[in-house]
Design a protein around this ligand. Sequence first.
Ligand SMILES: *Cc1c(COP(=O)(O)O)cnc(C)c1O
Length: 379
Amino acid sequence: MKKYLLAPGPTAISPEVLLSMAQPILHHRAPEFVELLKRVKEDLKWLFQTQNDVLIIASTGTGGMEGSVSNFLSPGDKALFINGGKFGERWGKICKNYGVLTEEIKVEWGCVVNPADVAAALQKDPSIKAVFIQASETSTGVAHPVKEVAEIVRGYEDCLMVVDAISAMGVFDVKTDAWGLDVVVSGSQKALGLPPGLAFVSVSEKGWRQAEKSSNAKFYFDFKKERDAIQKNQTAYTAAVSLIVGLEQSLRMMKEEGLEPIFARRAMMAQALTEGMKAIGLAPFPKESPSVSVTAISAPEGYDGQEIYKNLRVNYGITAAGGQDHLKGKVFRISNMGYLDTFDTITAVAAIEMVLKGMGHPLKLGAGVGVAQEILLKK
Ligand SMILES: *Cc1c(COP(=O)(O)O)cnc(C)c1O
């Protein structure tokens, strides 16, 4: 059975990237690798739309998130986090583990934070030292208004805007410098189409200033050490050399395509998938601001979302994702990230139609596919 990886991470990887990583291992202090890091460093700045160095850490995205708490805050500091899903919740858990006192804005799953609520929270407690948010909340498929929230946070000299862009960077626009994002985290196994194992973190001047005041314990995820290393085109510890070779290839392909065309193509795929689903009577789960990165779809009344997800895998070799926590059984999710194109979107729509038909749903086969094709048609 041919396998299709349509999960919102890890995502499918292109043959070019896979083959690049099959090369013999470079030593991480060899001149050749130092040269490679020098190029990759510049490419990452391009992707992040920043002038600041982007740290490259051997860990999954969560390591980058953890470091974004431990490096900028001290026990007893106050932080605000936006909790509208599993990943927002994670910011809160990390803060608690580091003795950071948290203020939480709870957002109904499928909705986005209202920037006015952030403004009110900061007004009420100006001692808050950081605001933690997701650009794309992968568990619910929404994109928070990062730009608007950043505008508010920018007014507070000692408050950092920390963005988990792990499933956003490289899919839709995240302007690190222009929007004043102080700390931005991404990871390898989502939009970049690489295996899991790399986290990327950009830090603003304001961020580094705050890092000087942080008294938290840290060792492996010491960002200042990584900053000093990357400025010499090095990593502090043994670099994940093969992943970084793959990263160069992935970024090379992204640069060939260009940021705007990438954003447009991903948006078109998400739209084709969403409209294809609507054509067979399935509604998107998000109530507002759906994320381009992952399309979360509500299971139709009387059908179990976990069953749809399972049948996609068992019957057709397609790995998608189900719902988490209280959304288990209620939604299933399809990625628009990684090595995917027009026909992967059509495959997804066709397979969902076939799975539902097999479960007894009265839909008309091809109805969703036709709508998706209309959107994806190249004239
Ligand atoms: C995938 C993901 C993460 C991190 O997951 P890891 O498994 O640690 O790589 C964090 N936030 C978001 C929004 C994600 O999509």
